[in-house]
Design a protein around this ligand. Sequence first.
Ligand code: FAD
Ligand code: NAI
Length: 466
Amino acid sequence: MSYDLVIIGGGPGGYNCAIRAGQLGLKTAIIESRGKLGGTCLNVGCIPSKALLHASEYYEAATKVFPSMGVKITGLSLDLPQMLKQKEDAVEGLTKGVEFLMRKHKVDYVKGFGAIAGAGRVEVTGPDGAKQTLETKNIVIATGSVPTPLPGIDIDEERIVSSTGALSLAQVPGKLIVVGAGVIGLELGSVWRRLGAEVTVVEFLDKITPTVDAEISTAFQRTLKKQGVKFELSHKVTGVEKLRQGLQVTIEPSKGGGARTLDADVVLVAIGRKPFTDGLGLETVGIKTDPRGFIPHDGHLKTTAEGIYVIGDCTTGPMLAHKSEEEGIAAAQIIAGQWGHVNYDIIPNVIYTDPEIATVGRSEEELKAAGVDYKVGKFPFMANSRARTNHETDGMVKVLEEVATKKVVGVHMVGSGVGEMIGEVCVAMEFGASAEDIARTCHAHPTMSEAIKEAAKGVDGWTMQA
Ligand code: FAD
Ligand code: NAI
């Protein structure tokens, strides 16, 4: 078979690239080895985690929030198998939907493991071991990422789990120890805490979510502590011993010192993800990975090999589904001879806990380190009328404007539903908005998004609270 484009990997990067390529008339094939399209995101990432976050939030609200709103429930109980089933149903529906989109856009879906076999050739090993070779003018590598292992600790996906196992625990653990206070640890830790687990998070650094603006991350940690999450900051896990019943986890201060042990029923290892390029045949076309295993590109998704492009988690930049999607679409357009572009300065980041974290652009720490002169506007949800009526007053919005350009260069929020609110800020920033542009845009009342308008007013000192 001869193609214009063969995509290796059927995640959000790969399948969005395939759809756009199909729309642009390129004869396209997509190769996927896991038996289902959708990649990490749809199968064991974004979608199942959000299904559990949503359901567990309702469960907790029913016990902790409803009574204060005058809604009484008696006999409330958890049906975990049903909660896990509705998560699987969401995954199944969406992965089937992606398969339908491949057919709709005349993309060939080839099941199997793809390996580059020299310029313009991809060898596919099917589920039955049979091999076929696809000839192609262009290749897009979209092979994604896998969890980073913790040396000396073997994941069994039952008692010592990665995010994949943590999405399908057969029962609520009495004690859950999470290694790593990053996005996965705090999202999935929240799920199981809401369902009844006692959660302790062990983090190597002295703060949680280390890449988030420090003021927002501190406010976030305060709320998580109020919810009952325990933290062992500046600590590392050095061993996990499997006992007949339960686990014994050894932790030590990151900078050295005496070891202690903690009891656990389940340990979730969530210390980051690493690019996956095993068996990909990069050596056949002279592509070299960087020291951390990522495939580099020239700024326009082109690798060092002619006609071979790279997108998503296996290349540089944030490991996010929407970043992979943007790159997939850009790569298809570039291959079709059109303009393709990703604005890496405006990629939002959302942590779907309660409260949520939503950030875009640069943090105060980054601006200070770069010597950029900036102004700050802030507004707490405590002073927002909708947050008050919803009993969701934890959190704040912070807007950062660069003095020299009068452009908004960062917005950082912690609060209920802020993940849905960050979109307006991304649009404003794409259009080069100043804080005053946002402040003078009429926002509906009463909405949580009025807090963005007020924080933007705060940049020039005329927020309602001034
Ligand atoms: P992937 O989705 O990893 O897809 C790559 C695919 O390639 C895989 O299906 C793999 O089987 C296949 N593959 C690999 N090698 C080969 C080969 N040689 N031949 C054939 N197939 C191959 N991101 C967000 O933006 N929002 C979220 O809410 C979010 N939640 C997450 C929750 C969890 C628990 C996890 C683990 C991740 C989450 N992410 C989230 C991250 C997101 O899943 C990834 O950024 C995204 O899936 C990356 O897309 P991708 O297409 O680059 O790679
Ligand atoms: P992460 O990079 O977000 O966090 C890992 C944390 O583990 C960091 O705080 C780090 O300091 C800590 N750590 C590293 N080594 C450690 C050790 N030995 N002991 C203790 N702590 C240690 O990684 P995470 O949570 O695994 O997620 C991986 C990626 O998946 C994220 O970076 C993100 O790109 C993506 N993701 C995105 C989501 C979203 O957008 N909502 C949800 C889940 C994952």
